[in-house]
Design a protein around this ligand. Structure first.
Ligand SMILES: [Zn+2]
Length: 108
């Protein structure tokens, strides 16, 4: 488990892997599943619960490649693969942070 989570001024949850960007909600069109992806380092989590667990993250490209949505070496047609549907808000992870006793830091 991580020991802290950062939230920006607008209440958007930041990456728990490298603390370098915000976490986006990404809809995978092929299976209509939402995954969570850092906009900077592209660390990928499959659930909001997993965002708190450093052992449960993936690299985005190998992950979608493993699902057969992308073939290495080919130019991906992002519009047909995914849609960014927003950012993860603090209200969505508040309960999970409380449950695991994880401090929430509000960035200024
Ligand atoms: Zn990141």
């Amino acid at each position: 488990m991580i020991d802290r989570i950062d939230v920006d001024k607008k209440g958007v949850v930041c990456c728990t892997s490298l603390y370098d960007g915000r976490i986006e909600k990404v809809l995978l069109k092929q299976n209509m599943i939402i995954i969570y992806v850092c906009e900077e380092c592209e660390t990928t989590w499959l659930s909001l619960e997993d965002v708190f667990d450093e052992t449960k993250c993936y690299s985005f490209m190998p992950y979608i490649e493993s699902l057969g949505m992308y073939t290495k070496g080919e130019k991906p047609d992002w519009d047909s693969i995914l849609k960014v549907v927003g950012h993860v808000q603090i209200s969505e992870i508040d309960d999970i942070a409380k449950k695991h006793n994880i401090s929430v830091y509000k960035l200024k």
